[in-house]
Design a protein around this ligand. Structure first.
Ligand code: NAD
Ligand code: GLY
Length: 379
């Protein structure tokens, strides 16, 4: 472990999320955790932070982060939550906010989220609502969080009714992305994040998708240059979209490619370890392309290329790989109708004219999706 976090830090690449007074930088590099204090100090209102992490990440990375903060005379306390999607709920939010208050935080105390998307989402939401808003920074340690959830200020928790339905937009002050932390990430979680990487190619960057077809194995097997290229490409794409449409009035919805299906699949499986978010996204991406083919919008050759690439990477790409025999198209549609992508009774989908040519459709007919899912599920 020491060899990873103790590595001499490489130069960080800096990207900016341009949001006027709420603008912030993303620093991407290897070994940055060991010098986190130096990267965070300029954005702290006071030299005091509370680090929020989970019980899988904290044993590996919290000591390094605490030492790096101490190097810059930044006082740090920590709250460690149970790892896993089920932590993103009201009970854990209450526990976290009460622990923050018990730590005698002040309005200038910064919350530092150290972990994957679960920690980032709940810690960010706690920061948004505690004392009516605390500053926070993200230190993402999963591929999914590094390319997606740490950027853009969406924070929140799940409820029994649906995913991420309670939350707030609350932008971080800085995102510190140490790619070396991916070296300890379990393969299944790495792959789950890879689905979100592929998403960026499918949304608007066919060249990046082609690069992934050639370089996925290198990236997934630990090649640092490939990882750096992919993470920076995705962060740049997300930063541009968020800068253009912070509150998801339009273009930001493109980031939901595959997610209308994915959230229904996650709701159906109960938000547990059985189906990580990224695996649901992989299946959702294939479903979104296949629905686009069915609606006469996209070639079947492109949809097959997407399916083949995700499957070759080792991700589930067919809904049959997940489906319980008791599932029905009506169950999935019912989940979609409760998702926030429903407006005036119409389902909003991100569909595609081809790889790198996704678009938002707010007029997808419920019955057409139902018939599509019946065919896919055979039920
Ligand atoms: P996660 O946070 O549950 O992390 C996955 C697992 O990996 C956890 O067990 C965690 O403890 C462990 N882990 C994390 N980093 C590690 C490391 N470096 N080494 C070893 N183990 C490590 O899951 P995730 O995939 O990062 O995030 C999924 C969540 O992100 C979902 O709740 C999803 O809704 C959310 N999300 C949010 C946004 C957003 O914009 N806010 C975008 C996409 C996804
Ligand atoms: N991951 C979706 C978004 O940030 O908008």
């Amino acid at each position: 472990m020491t060899s990873i976090v103790g590595r001499t830090p490489a130069t960080a690449t800096k990207l900016t999320v341009d949001l006027g007074p709420r603008s912030y930088d993303i620093h991407v590099g290897e070994g940055l955790l060991a010098v986190a204090g130096r990267h965070l100090a300029p954005v702290l209102a006071q030299p005091r932070v509370v680090v929020v992490s989970d019980d899988a990440v904290a044993p590996i990375y919290l000591p390094t982060l605490e030492a790096a903060l101490a190097d810059e005379a930044i006082e740090a306390t920590s709250v460690v939550l149970a790892a896993g999607e089920s932590t993103k709920d009201f009970g854990h939010l209450q526990e976290l906010t009460e622990k923050l208050l018990a730590a005698c935080i002040e309005r200038g105390t910064t919350i530092v989220a150290l972990g994957g998307g679960v920690v980032g989402d709940i810690a960010g939401f706690a920061a948004a609502i505690t004392l009516r808003g605390l500053p926070f920074v993200q230190i993402p340690t999963t591929l999914l969080a590094q390319v997606d959830s740490s950027i853009g200020g969406k924070t929140g928790i799940n409820t029994g009714v649906g995913k991420n339905l309670i939350g707030a937009f609350h932008q971080p002050r800085r995102v510190l992305t140490d790619i070396a932390t991916l070296e300890t990430l379990p393969r299944r979680q790495l792959l789950a994040g890879y689905a979100e990487v592929v998403k960026y190619g499918l949304i608007g960057d066919a060249e990046f998708f082609a690069w992934l077809e050639d370089n996925a194995a290198r990236l997934l097997n630990g090649d640092a240059a490939a990882r750096r290229h992919a993470v920076i490409t995705c962060c740049a794409a997300k930063a541009a979209i968020v800068a253009d449409d912070e509150r998801e009035a339009g273009r930001r919805s493109l980031l939901n490619l595959g997610h209308t299906f994915a959230h229904a699949l996650e709701a159906q499986t109960g938000y547990g370890e059985a189906l990580p978010h990224g695996e649901a996204v992989a299946v959702g991406l294939v479903l979104a392309f296949n629905l686009s083919v069915r609606l006469g919008l996209c070639s079947s050759a492109d949809a097959e290329r997407v399916r083949r690439h995700l499957a070759a990477a080792g991700l589930p790409a067919d809904v049959q790989q997940l489906a319980d025999t008791s599932w029905s198209a009506d169950d999935l549609i019912a989940h979609m109708e409760r998702d926030k992508k429903v407006k005036d009774g119409k389902l909003t989908f991100v569909l595609a004219h081809g790889i790198g040519r996704s678009f938002i459709s707010r007029e997808v007919n419920r019955d057409e999706v139902g018939a599509f899912l019946k065919d896919v599920l055979g039920a």
